[in-house]
Design a protein around this ligand. Structure first.
Ligand SMILES: *Cc1c(COP(=O)(O)O)cnc(C)c1O
Length: 337
């Protein structure tokens, strides 16, 4: 085994409870895109027994089917709506579509499938603008906050949605708050729709909930050798060694989600000591400067863990933790710790 993503069960469960306590609402755990790369069936099976988790949300029907096949019994929301040819699967696996376009309603015609209706209150992506759907199959209404860090814009979205919700009497599910959005503690909402914060990654630099980091990503050293000053490292000529250097090769590359743009910028950690990256990240391997540590072939280095979060690493790559995490490859072994 060469790449390990360790998921700390207790930290995850603690984060769920803290989010539930802070918001006073049950969670719709968002596990789309293989639970942001962490492993959807692992995460859903862990969270399924919790009373604080009311449902799961995925992006598409296939992701919902994967969860059902793994034994998930709670409601599963399909955020991306429904295409006509997906109705059969939707019914067979008891998935709940989010209807955000007239074509979704059309696809559900003649069925008894219950659904949530989505509104576009500012995101400019999916959702009706203001049309009220008079249909006994509506069991929820939702919208999505597009810029939770912008208070005045978000308060407008919350107010627009409040007016829409007032037309839906007796609907059991009203939800709009994501990990960042839940700081608004929207009083009329019944659930929060949370993904990133589950893993202890804070979605805003100042966040009112204390979260426990739940993920660590490690990879193994597969070669160590001293190269002389003047020797190049990796593709191209971006790295020429200034002094004799103990160069380690770590078995993780951009094909595993370690973005190439981190080349020459990031560092890994060996037993708590930072080891800088050398040269370009390659598809399957990344070189590090091990001159200051006693590392040997077979040892593990930390890429994400106590010393560096996905959020910090993403910042150095000029991106967001969502992208970095969801790119984690099939070669990554996902295990509970
Ligand atoms: C991904 C997603 C979420 C979860 O967002 P986090 O920031 O990870 O909490 C919530 N709602 C919708 C519609 C989403 O697409």
């Amino acid at each position: 085994m060469r790449i390990l993503l360790e998921i700390n069960r207790d930290a995850l469960l603690q984060n769920v409870k803290r989010i539930n306590t802070f918001t006073g609402k049950k969670l719709i755990a968002v596990v789309k895109a293989n639970a942001y790369g962490v492993g959807a069936t692992l995460i859903a099976s862990l969270l399924e027994p919790l009373e604080e988790v009311a449902a799961f949300a995925v992006a598409c029907v296939e992701e919902g089917v994967e969860l059902r096949e793994a034994g998930v019994k709670k409601p599963i929301l399909v955020l991306g709506g429904v295409l006509p040819e997906e109705l059969e699967e939707l019914v067979r696996w008891n998935l709940t579509p989010v209807v955000s376009h007239p074509s979704h309603l059309k696809a559900l015609e003649g069925s008894f499938v219950k659904f949530h209706v989505k509104y576009d209150t500012g995101m400019g992506r999916l959702g009706f603008l203001e049309e009220i759907i008079q249909d006994r199959r509506v069991e929820g209404v939702m919208t999505h906050l597009s810029h939770p860090a912008d208070r005045s814009f978000t308060l407008k979205q919350i107010e627009t949605f409040r007016k829409i919700v007032s037309h839906y009497r007796g609907v059991k599910w009203v939800h709009l708050e994501s990990s960042a959005g839940l700081i608004y503690r929207v009083d009329y909402a019944t659930h929060v729709r949370v993904g990133l914060a589950l893993y202890g990654e804070k979605p805003l630099s100042s966040y009112p909930i204390e979260l426990s980091p739940a993920l660590s990503l490690k990879a193994r050293i597969i070669s160590v050798k001293v190269l002389p000053a003047g020797h190049r490292v990796s593709y191209g000529d971006s790295c020429v060694l200034k002094r004799d250097t103990r160069v380690g090769v770590v078995a993780i590359g951009y094909a595993d989600g370690l973005l190439k743009s981190l080349s020459g910028k990031a560092r890994f950690y060996y037993r708590g000591v930072p080891v800088p990256l050398l040269g370009n990240i390659t598809m399957d391997m990344t070189m590090v400067d091990l001159s200051s540590v006693e590392a040997e072939v077979g040892d593990w280095v930390e890429i994400v863990g106590p010393h560096q979060s996905f959020t910090q690493l993403a910042k150095e790559a000029g991106t967001i933790p969502y992208e970095l995490m969801s790119l984690l490859s099939r070669r990554v072994h996902r295990v509970f710790a």
